[in-house]
Write a protein of this length. Structure first.
Length: 224
C-alpha cells in the first residue's frame, strides 16, 4: 500500500510542486491551503504531514499542537525561519523535523522516506473522529476539546462512542442502556438521562457545542 502525505501550505506553487514530486514518486497526496483544512484532513490519518508554519487563520505550530494528541505520524515543518529559537519552538510543539525554504526536493524526499521507514517500526494506528474543536480517540477511549483532554467516566465515554459512531441516528434510552450497560445489567434506563446531562455539562464547560441532542419523545442523537 502506498504511503499518504498531507501537504499543508498556503502557497499554491509550493503545494503543486510538492504534490507533483511525491505523486511521481508513488505516494498518495492530500493537500490543504490553510490551518483549519489541515486539521480536518489530519483526521484521515496520513502517514506523514508536511506543514508550513506561516499559514492563514491557524498557523502551523497551532495545527501541530492541536492534532498531536491524536496523530502519531511524523510532522515535518516547512518554513523560511532560520533562527535556532524557531527550530526549538517547532520541536516543542511536536514536530519531527524542520526544513528551511528554499529546499532541495531530493533532500526533502530523502527525509520523508527516512521518517516513514522509522515510523513503520513503531506505527500505531488510531481511529479518531475530528469535528470542529472536538476530537474523539476511539482507540485510546479519550475525548479532547480544543486540545485539552476531558475527564469522562467509563459509561459517559461509551455513550459518546455509541452516538458519535452513528451521527444523526436516534437512540431511545432503553436501547442506549442495553448497548452500554448490557442486556443482563440490573438498573433503570433513566440512568441514561443523568449520564447525558453530565456529558453536556462537561462539553459546555469545555466551550464546545452540545453534540448530544434530545429528540423529544424519542431519544437522543449525535449532531451532524
Amino acid at each position: 500500500m502506498r504511503d499518504t502525505i498531507l501537504i499543508a501550505d498556503d502557497e499554491t506553487d509550493i503545494v503543486s510542486t510538492l504534490a507533483d514530486y511525491f505523486m511521481y514518486n508513488d505516494y498518495q497526496v492530500m493537500t490543504a491551503s490553510n490551518g483549519q483544512e489541515a486539521i480536518a484532513k489530519a483526521g484521515k490519518q496520513p502517514d506523514l504531514i508536511l506543514l508550513d508554519i506561516n499559514m492563514p487563520d491557524v498557523d502551523g505550530l497551532t495545527v501541530c499542537a492541536r492534532i498531536r494528541h491524536f496523530v502519531s505520524c511524523p510532522i515535518l515543518f516547512l518554513t523560511a525561519r532560520t533562527e535556532d529559537s524557531d527550530k526549538i519552538k517547532a520541536f516543542g510543539f511536536g514536530g519531527d523535523d524542520y526544513i528551511v525554504k528554499p529546499f532541495s526536493l531530493e533532500e526533502l524526499g530523502a527525509r520523508v522516506a527516512a521518517h516513514l521507514r522509522r515510523e513503520r517500526r513503531r506505527i500505531e494506528s488510531h481511529k479518531v473522529r475530528f469535528d470542529d474543536g472536538l476530537a474523539i480517540d476511539y482507540t485510546q477511549r479519550s475525548l479532547f476539546c480544543n486540545g485539552e483532554k476531558l475527564s469522562l467516566a467509563k459509561k459517559e465515554f461509551a455513550i459518546i462512542e455509541l452516538l458519535s459512531s452513528h451521527p444523526g441516528q436516534v437512540f431511545d434510552k432503553e436501547r442506549i442502556y442495553e448497548l452500554v450497560w448490557g442486556y443482563d445489567s440490573e438498573g433503570e434506563a433513566s440512568v441514561v438521562a443523568e449520564h447525558i446531562r453530565r456529558i453536556r455539562v462537561k462539553l459546555n464547560e469545555a466551550g464546545v457545542k452540545p453534540y448530544v441532542e434530545t429528540v423529544w419523545g424519542v431519544g437522543y442523537k449525535w449532531a451532524r
